[in-house]
Design a protein around this ligand. Structure first.
Ligand code: G3P
Ligand code: CA
Length: 246
């Protein structure tokens, strides 16, 4: 069965990367969530997609230049007037503590260290995953593949997955070279051959970000490992339709 990960929670219906969004994804019946991690000036891991707080909150500036105490004062519900004042930027620890209490719920932590080189982001993330005993329910991904190699060296127990956008040649072989057990491609960079060849190499394929029904159905038919969607509720409905059709 193709698993469904709520992208930034349920980013199509709730303020992305907030607890409201993660709760919505879980309530929708998603198998797990995806989230993005950046680091504050005082070295705390926080869950936010961009390097700055400008797009998603009422504040401004780079996360790396703000202290956690300042970050926590921001309203992260900018795009969703119904939620105004109700959503904070969560810490990674807050989200992992919540995931740990949900039996079998999965989490994909994307390290956002492609632009800013956050010192020790790999060590700090893995330490938290271990603190909540989430090694078997966590996937670490990044567009920074050097960082993924470092993660694999720090922990052999936690799966790593390669994020990429375009036509990587034989990505299942590249995954092995990087020590990754997963490929997270842009959904338009995936086809039947990539899914099948990767599976024969025991490499999981989880495309992002799949929001249209026709692409969801295509991935169900191809028995893709999983996919990320901003609309987990819709994806769960589509999966039910697919299984009833079979
Ligand atoms: O992890 C899949 C996807 O989240 C990667 O792209 O920009 O949405 O973080 P982005
Ligand atoms: Ca992401």
């Amino acid at each position: 069965m193709t698993l469904i990960f709520g992208h930034r929670g349920s980013a199509g219906t709730s303020p992305e990367n907030t607890m409201l969004s993660f709760l919505a994804a879980n309530q929708a019946g998603a198998d797990g969530i995806e989230l993005d991690v950046q680091m504050t000036k005082d070295g705390e891991l926080v869950v936010i997609h961009d390097e700055t707080v400008d797009r998603t909150t009422d504040g401004s500036g780079f996360v790396k230049d703000l202290f956690l105490a300042d970050i926590l004062k921001l309203d992260a519900s900018y795009k969703f007037p119904d939620f105004l004042g109700k959503a904070q930027i969560p810490t990674l620890e807050e989200v992992l503590k919540w995931v740990a209490a949900l039996p079998s719920f999965l989490v994909n932590i994307e390290l956002k260290n492609g632009i800013v080189d956050y010192p020790m982001i790999e060590e700090k993330t893995i330490e938290l995953v271990q603190k909540y005993s989430l090694e078997k329910r966590t996937i670490l991904s990044s567009f920074n593949h050097y960082s993924l190699v470092k993660c694999s060296e720090l922990s052999r127990e936690i799966e790593t997955a390669i994020l990429y956008v375009e036509g990587l040649y034989k990505p299942w072989e590249y995954a092995k070279q990087v020590g990754a057990a997963g490929l997270h491609p842009h959904y338009l960079a995936v086809n039947h051959t990539i899914i099948e060849s990767s599976k024969s190499y025991q490499v999981a394929v989880r495309p992002f970000t799949v929001n249209e029904e026709k692409w969801m159905q295509d991935l169900f038919e191809n028995e893709c490992t999983a996919f990320f969607t901003d609309f987990p509720e819709k994806a769960v409905e589509e999966r039910i339709k697919y299984t009833e059709k079979e």
